[in-house]
Design a protein around this ligand. Structure first.
Ligand code: CA
Length: 472
């Protein structure tokens, strides 16, 4: 049986074996500032020693004297010098761990205890935030509460404080270990999943070798099939991947946007619309927004005017299109402004020019898109006092707000109501108001560009007209 005496600010004695020291120098006014940090607090490892010694009964003494009341002999302070991040320090009072310190301390003539703070012959003892009992040292309940109730950290420093506090109680080790194990399990699972998807990925993702400044350029170089190609517009610093739609007439459309099945969430922020999101696939089966910056680089790279072709499919399989001549997306400084010269044609109608919904004489003016800057929920560049992009959960060339809205929310089946549109209740589907009502959301959309000189070739076949190849 071991008997311990614990002393706040002092000492624990193992009367059967030899002195076992504990330090508690928290907020000690006697200790020179800058020399003591909270890291000098007692470490539970010393407390745990009692386990090895088989102690069952414990006593605690609260000494009026403490180490820090013992001055180091003048001229010998340098022997305690140590280095910290904030400079070099030396002790002026006795420190724990100094050779013979316990002996010196016990040899002091007048050691008094505070009787009211002493406890004798207990089977459990509360000491320095720990509960000491036979065979174990537990974290004190008030410390556990402090960890549980710790306010959420809002800065790195606050988080460091919490981690420092929590790590100090090595009783948390168990939780940490179990978390570590779970992390390891998740990592292994992720590796397994990676391996699983690697084989089909390798087989299906094929990037064609031909490159050019756009897909027409690539087609001109002899590429015959649609798929993934790298393009490098004249002003682009790096090449990037695009889906090229290459037809039998040798036309190469560079695809800017694709909706097919609602698998990609188009409710994204400015940076995401800038960089692009979604997935490019070699067989054109996935949804994506190529990205405003890439659209800008592609559409403004030279004096070659581009036509923007918009293709729409409704929920009974009808397909319509709309073409816009001299389509351009401005630079980011101009908020990726949309401009075009005129409606080039198509059977879907000119929704970019706005639509008279019959609610207000200015409907058409305020739902047109030519000249509009791009808006996202976090960047409101629209003509509305509110935030169209936030209300509709999309990024688009918003006016006040739209008659065409191809990045809207995906509605299965097409028809939706104000109630379906959520909190704001505005029309937020995939809309082309000159074809279907704004409460009808398209099933599929494509936005793609091609040099104007090539647009007419091939269309003749669909309409039974002339087959011709213009320019380039
Ligand atoms: Ca606004």
């Amino acid at each position: 049986m071991g008997v311990y005496a614990g002393v706040r600010g002092g000492l624990v004695l193992d009367t059967l074996v030899h002195p076992l020291l504990l330090v508690d120098l928290r907020r000690n006014p006697e200790v020179p500032e800058g020399c003591i940090s909270e890291k000098t607090r007692s470490h539970p490892s010393s407390l745990e020693n009692h386990r090895r010694r088989g102690a069952t009964i414990f006593s605690k003494l609260d000494l009026r004297n403490a180490y820090h009341l013992v001055w180091i002999c003048k001229g010998y302070e340098w022997k305690t010098a140590f280095k910290t991040a904030s400079g070099h320090c030396e002790y002026l009072v006795m420190l724990f761990g100094l050779t013979k310190a316990p002996t010196v301390f016990q040899a002091l003539n007048k050691i008094f205890v505070k009787a009211e703070k002493c406890e004798f012959h207990r089977s459990t003892l509360s000491f320095l935030g720990y509960v000491i009992a036979e065979g174990n040292v537990q974290m004190g309940p008030e410390k556990v509460k402090a960890v549980v109730d710790w306010p959420q950290s809002t800065s790195r420093v606050q988080l460091q404080h919490f981690l420092g506090f929590a790590n100090f109680y090595r009783q948390l080790q168990g939780t940490l270990e179990s978390n570590k194990k779970r992390m390891l399990d998740l990592k292994q699972m992720s590796i397994q999943l990676d391996q699983k998807c690697q084989d089909p990925c390798k087989d299906t993702v094929e990037i064609k070798p031909t490159t050019g400044k756009d897909c027409q350029d690539i087609a001109n170089k002899g590429a015959k099939t649609s798929g993934l190609y790298y393009v490098k517009p004249l002003m682009a610093k790096e090449q990037f991947l695009v889906y090229c739609e290459i037809d039998s007439f040798g036309r190469g459309f560079t695809v800017l946007q694709r909706r097919r099945d609602g698998s990609v969430d188009f409710n994204k922020d400015w940076v995401q619309y800038k960089e692009g999101f979604g997935y490019l696939s070699p067989d054109d089966t996935t949804e994506f927004w190529l990205g405003n910056e890439k659209m800008h680089l592609l559409s403004t790279q030279s004096s070659i005017p581009y036509v923007l072709r918009i293709e729409l499919t409704d929920w009974v399989g009808n397909k319509k299109y709309a073409d816009y001549a001299m389509f351009k997306v401005g630079a980011e400084v101009d908020m990726y402004r949309l401009t075009y010269a005129y409606y080039y044609g198509g059977d879907a109608g000119d929704a970019f020019d706005g639509f008279d919904f019959g609610e207000d004489p200015s409907d058409k003016f305020y739902t047109s898109h030519n000249g509009m800057q791009f808006s996202t929920s976090d960047k409101d560049n629209d003509k509305f006092q509110g935030n169209c992009a936030m209300q509709d959960g999309s990024g688009w060339w918003m006016n006040r707000c739209h008659a065409a809205h191809l990045n809207g929310k995906y509605y299965q089946g097409g028809k939706y109501t104000e109630k379906d549109a959520g909190e704001s209740g505005y029309d937020n589907g995939i809309i082309w108001a000159t074809w279907h009502s704004r409460w009808y959301s398209m099933k599929e959309t494509t936005m793609k560009i091609i040099p104007t000189s090539r647009i007419t070739a091939g269309d003749g076949q669909q309409t039974g007209g002339v087959k011709q190849f213009g320019g380039l």
